[in-house]
Design a protein around this ligand. Structure first.
Ligand code: SAH
Ligand code: SF4
Ligand code: F3S
Length: 440
């Protein structure tokens, strides 16, 4: 059998960076002569690109892998693989638990997947590659992207922050920034291929450039802002301790950069923030928000929170709830603390009972839902700029788009508007959606 009639299905878990890695891997595989499919049952090779950030993320993959046992045992040509963060973290433990796994390839070695697959198909046995010496290449085939008009662009890999709860620095390694010219070139290629919005990706984009003495994020944004055809620029994730006035001024001054910061507070309690090794206090966070709102009129913030961190008291939790209500985030992602082996926090006793974590999680979600409802209701009557995604998946008679603040907006209009910027007058809202009519 040649590679040409081998089809590969990649199933992706985890963050945007993982989704982008899967796009890069697909391009590599296609370039190496493999076929691609979205249907795992039709594939000769099924690869899971995995996440280790919480136990739940790993458990989902374990149950998927278990479900392939029968096919793996009956069909000797079938190849099952795990790549990404779980492969990096667990390595040989994965093959011990699932002996029918033929490929385990870490988060730095994933570009070698095509060559490993060929070796497996030549009968050279299973491959375990969790080396840190893999090739670093950020660019990908511009056609391999999640949507016609939007694309992710990686500007760095890894993280140096070592927040005490977080596995990411352990499974992704240290920060490596991509050359600005390489980024600009990819953005130009994407724009030429119809992309109107790009999202620059990194675990901590504020430290872009610092590892290599390259220009920082503010300079990078200025450079990309000039790319013809491109209409919007976003970037994630910002670390609150590294959000500089220079960056805020760049966001305010560059017309394509959206007024939206994803800067996760994680907690509103200084004791918890210290134990998390976040490098700022709740007061510092509030100051950052205040400065952002002063420099960038209309800026919206998104945040992540962890509830039930070791030692989090009822009072600590109340401070977090208060911060969420006070800042009025455009969006909040709320997680229950999950100990990750090998991290510093895993040495602490996971002493907040599951039922308390659940209750705190519920209270945070309810508080955010209230903010969502009120925030969107207050926007009704105004006119917003929307980038049209296309036909609404919920209602084929409507279009859907995103505002600069990343809110979903639904309205009537011809599907030819996909990929264009339009003005929408808002007439109604729910907690998570704005509704309106095209406005001249
Ligand atoms: N680099 C990004 C994303 C990190 S992972 C950042 O710094 O924001 C995404 C989110 O998962 C984190 O912001 C945090 O809220 C959450 N998270 C990370 N480790 C976790 C853990 N052990 N338990 C629960 N949530 C966790
Ligand atoms: Fe994890 Fe902290 Fe790095 Fe984000 S900044 S990836 S939470 S260690
Ligand atoms: Fe998960 Fe790895 Fe991303 S641990 S959050 S897939 S960097």
């Amino acid at each position: 059998m040649t590679d040409h009639n081998r089809t590969v299905c990649i199933i992706t878990f985890g963050c945007q960076m993982n989704k982008l890695d899967s796009e890069v891997m697909r391009a590599e595989l296609a370039g190496a002569g493999f076929g691609l499919t979205e249907e795992p049952d039709e594939a000769d090779v099924v690869i899971y690109n995995t996440c280790s950030v919480r136990q739940h993320a790993e458990d989902k993959v374990f149950s998927h892998l278990g479900a392939w046992r029968r096919r793996a045992q009956e069909d000797e040509n079938f190849v099952l693989g795990v790549v990404g963060c779980m492969a990096q973290r667990l390595g040989a433990e994965l093959t011990q638990r699932f002996p029918f796994l033929k490929l385990v390839c870490g988060s730095r070695a994933f570009l070698r997947v095509p060559e490993h697959l060929r070796a497996i198909m030549r009968g050279e046995g299973p491959v375990l590659d969790i080396g840190w010496d893999g090739p670093l290449r950020f660019a990908r085939d511009p056609r391999m992207r999640r949507s016609a008009h939007s694309a992710y662009v990686s500007i760095m890999r890894g993280c140096n922050n070592f927040c005490s709860y977080c596995i990411v620095p352990h499974v992704r390694g240290r920060e490596v920034s991509r050359a600005p010219e390489d980024i600009a070139q990819e953005v130009r290629a994407l724009a030429a291929d119809g992309v109107r919005e790009i999202t620059l990706l990194g675990q901590n984009v504020n430290s872009y450039g610092t590892d290599a003495g390259k220009p920082g994020l503010a300079d990078l944004l200025a450079r990309i802002n000039g790319v013809a055809g491109l209409k919007r620029i976003r970037f994630v994730t910002s670390h609150p301790k590294d959000v500089s006035a220079e960056l805020l001024r760049a966001v305010a001054g560059l017309d394509k950069v959206c007024e939206h910061l994803h800067a996760p507070p994680q907690s509103g309690s200084d004791a918890v923030l210290r134990a998390m090794n976040r490098g700022y206090s709740a007061a510092d966070y509030r100051k950052m928000v205040e400065q952002a709102r002063r420099i960038i009129p209309g800026v919206e913030l998104a945040g992540d929170f962890i509830v039930g961190f070791p030692g989090e008291s009822e009072d600590d939790f109340r401070l977090t709830l208060e911060l969420l209500r006070e800042v009025r985030f455009q969006q909040s992602y709320i997680f229950k603390y999950s100990p990750r082996p090998g991290t510093r926090a895993a040495l602490l006793e996971d002493d907040v009972p599951a039922s308390v974590k659940r209750e705190r999680h519920r209270l945070m979600l309810a508080a955010q839902e209230r903010v969502d409802t009120e925030r969107r209701r207050a926007m009704v009557g105004s006119v917003v700029e929307a980038l049209v995604d296309g036909v609404s998946p919920r209602d084929p008679t409507k279009l859907t788009g995103r505002t600069r603040a990343n809110d979903i907006v639904v309205f009537e209009g011809p599907c030819e508007l996909a990929g264009q910027l339009v003005n929408v007058r808002l007439v109604d809202s729910t907690a998570l959606t704005l509704f309106g009519h095209l406005a001249g």
